[in-house]
Design a protein around this ligand. Structure first.
Ligand SMILES: O=C(O)CCC(=O)C(=O)O
Length: 250
């Protein structure tokens, strides 16, 4: 289960690994200059709204720096071109295999995230504890998270910790590392160490959390895109703008 990273995979490899482990890591899948551009835009969002921002945070993210990718750029084009870059890769093939060809990306529930390193973590900033995304407001339908780090993470800035092969419906956070190790084995937890351009796709039932380690001093910016099956119940979520990912396939 541990080896969920693929270098230059074909769609079948990606589908096989995601189907088996509930996670697949894709190395160098997004053009680095596109990631860089998005990182610059992300920094601007957080900088611009340093003070005013607070009121617009989603409630459960109040003590974590996160907003919607809808904030990514004033011009629609900035956000849409990022989605186009992501969904024109084999990410589209893998997701459409599991969610159908007409899968949707929930824009307002896709997060632009600033995860502080330990150097300047404000007291009230909490890293995410163990959870799977199935319970975080998405209803019972199938969904997945496409997690895109915008700067290097896992060694000097917080990556993720994941449990490949886990399958945990979750109503939020709460599971402990001890319970996870008892269930999935002592070596069941893996750190995601990634560079800009790498992407990880997580099943909505995969246990994960923000990597927690004293040595992670620097900040990490990332985006998590929520992609859903069009038949799912989340379509009725108030205020949610969905985009049809197929439109981004060039
Ligand atoms: O990026 C992180 O540190 C946590 C993200 C996460 O837990 C999620 O997207 O569900």
């Amino acid at each position: 289960m541990s080896d969920f990273w693929l270098d230059r995979p074909g769609p079948e490899d990606g589908i096989r690994v995601f189907g088996r482990a509930g996670i697949v890591g894709l190395r160098k899948i997004i053009d680095e200059s596109a990631v860089d551009q998005t990182l610059t835009a992300a920094r601007r969002v957080f900088e611009r709204s340093r003070d005013a921002f607070r009121d617009r945070l989603y409630l459960y993210n109040e003590s974590r720096r996160a907003t919607s990718v809808a904030e990514l750029d004033d011009a629609d084009q900035g956000r849409l071109s990022f989605l186009r870059v992501v969904f024109s890769t084999i990410i589209f093939d893998i997701l459409s295999h599991f969610l159908g060809n007409n899968f949707l990306c929930a824009v307002e529930h896709s997060r632009l995230r600033l995860q502080y390193g330990n150097r300047q973590r404000p007291d009230q900033h909490l890293p995410h504890g163990w959870h799977s995304d199935s319970g975080v407001g998405y209803g019972p339908g199938l969904m997945a998270t496409v997690w895109v780090p915008l700067n290097a993470c896992g060694i000097t800035s917080p990556g993720l910790e994941v449990v490949p092969g886990s399958n945990a419906p979750s109503d939020g956070e709460g599971t402990t590392t001890e319970v996870i190790q008892n269930t999935y084995g002592k070596n069941g937890i893996h750190a995601v160490i990634a560079d800009p351009g790498d992407v990880v796709i997580l099943s909505s039932r995969l246990l994960h959390r923000t990597q927690q380690n004293e040595d992670l001093l620097d900040d990490r910016y990332s985006i998590d895109l929520r992609v859903v099956d069009p038949e799912g119940e989340y379509q009725s979520m108030a205020g949610t703008t969905f985009v049809l990912a197929k439109h981004f396939r060039s």
